[in-house]
Design a protein around this ligand. Structure first.
Ligand code: NZQ
Ligand code: ZN
Length: 390
């Protein structure tokens, strides 16, 4: 196990009716004038926004609203939010929604305390040293932004989708009521399931030895998600399966299973290029990239893939070579993604094979991955595998 520092101070308020506590939570963390950040309208239609506003009013927290965050959130709304904060003395940012609203809120919180362009942080020109506090109400189990250090924004100027990790990005609180996810379209739920599995697998495939504890935590999380997913997909009102997915999505990405080990993240970076170019949902991009990446790197440490196949997918290794067992695990994962309605190929995810060289060339810093380092020619090979059905 490698040395690590881990600070995850978020207060989680999990379970039914948590949204009615938002006003007092904002107060608890020092807020008196909040900017509510939300997406394209699902929280308006469900009545959640009205409930949040009522709770803020009860706690005498003043509030402004910024709606319209799109999936794969863009920089334009971040600039708008920063302006609103600066002009109105906002002291707390309150996203109500999924990763896109939360990531936008994190970027606004950074930029509101900075005189320059917030994008300086995302392209490595400056480091966040101060940010407004933020806390969230989560409506989709997926990105894990409710407990993570990460925020991912697309800069419209250049169409660059880039992530930024900072300890300032851990929310002060996260309200997680599984009932708020009952209104999710099945496709969005499936994207979320895929994303949280990807967050675990980016950490699972490592070269760091002696990480049995986090290996087992990762396998337990994956097995729980694989068990809950079909139940939640079949019954949009089933509380327990949605609760499992909601908490699993947080655990998948707050780094509990990633500490003390080198992590990979090539599939995410390649997926971000697909999302930036075609506006593909994040989870859908991962459903096509992750199996292709696995096929490409499998031989690097076939024993790790055998373990993944047997412990997570229940593949019986008897009568098979290690490579056959490993490939059976990858095939089982692909079949699982297909069973929940995820795309199988780049084309199904909205992409085109002719764009592959350009996609590979755009990956940040010209290389990606730690389990196996990939340069543009290898990234191209991974992307070519995403064009194959099987
Ligand atoms: O915009 P609205 O109308 O709210 O609709 C959203 C959106 O269309 C809808 N939705 C969310 N909750 C709903 C609902 N519809 C009905 N009922 C509900 N309860 O779902 C759609 C997707 O929402 P979004 O916030 O985009 O989903 P997600 O949480 O998957 O976030 C994706 C973004 O997060 C980034 C991704 O790259 C992507 O940009 N990520 C953020 C990470 C982080 N901050 O730690 C890590 C991830 O790896 C990821 O990169
Ligand atoms: Zn992700």
């Amino acid at each position: 196990m490698l040395n690590f520092e881990f600070c995850a101070p978020t207060k989680f308020v999990f379970g039914r009716d948590g949204q009615h506590k938002v006003g007092q939570l904002v107060r608890e963390f020092g807020g008196s004038r909040a900017l509510i950040v939300y997406g394209g309208g699902s929280v308006v239609r469900s009545g959640l926004l009205a409930q949040v506003i009522a709770s803020l009013d009860d706690a005498a927290v003043e509030h402004l609203e910024l709606g319209g965050v799109k999936p794969n959130p863009r920089s334009d709304l971040v600039y708008e939010g920063i302006r609103l904060c600066k002009e109105n003395g906002v002291d707390f940012v309150l996203p109500v929604g999924g990763g896109s609203a939360i990531d936008t809120a994190k970027a606004i919180a950074d930029g509101a305390c900075y005189d320059g362009d917030f994008w300086d942080f995302y392209c490595g020109r400056a480091k966040v040293v101060r940010a407004l506090p933020h806390g969230c109400v989560l409506t989709i189990p997926a990105a894990g932004s409710e407990g993570s250090t990460s925020s991912v924004i697309t800069q419209l100027d250049g169409n660059l989708k880039r992530g930024l990790n900072s300890d300032f990005h851990r929310p002060r609180f996260a309200v997680m009521n599984p009932e708020l996810t009952f209104t999710l379209p099945r496709y969005q739920l499936a994207c979320g399931i895929t994303d949280m599995m990807a967050h675990i697998m980016e950490r699972y495939f490592t070269n760091t030895p002696d990480v049995a504890l986090t290996d087992r935590l990762a396998e337990a999380l994956l097995c729980s998600i694989i068990e809950a997913a079909p139940v939640a997909m079949a019954d949009s009102q089933d509380y327990e399966s949605h609760a499992t997915l909601m908490w699993a999505g947080m655990l998948a990405h707050n780094n509990s299973v990633g500490v003390g080990r080198e992590q990979d993240w090539a599939s995410h970076q390649i997926g971000h290029e697909i999302s930036a170019k075609y506006d593909t949902a994040h989870g859908a991009s991962l459903a096509v990239v992750f199996p292709a990446w696995m096929q490409y790197v499998c031989k690097h440490d076939v024993k790790r893939f055998v373990r993944f196949a047997t412990k997570v997918w229940g593949i019986d290794p008897s009568g098979k070579t290690d490579e056959e067992t490993a490939l059976a695990g990858i095939a089982a994962m692909k079949a699982f993604f297909a069973s929940i309605g995820m795309p199988q190929t780049l084309e199904q995810a909205g992409g085109k094979a002719e764009d592959i060289p350009a996609l590979a060339a755009k990956v940040v810093n010209g290389k990606t991955g730690h389990f196996v380092e990939l340069l543009p020619p290898q990234i191209e090979e991974v992307l070519r595998l995403t064009c194959e059905q099987k």
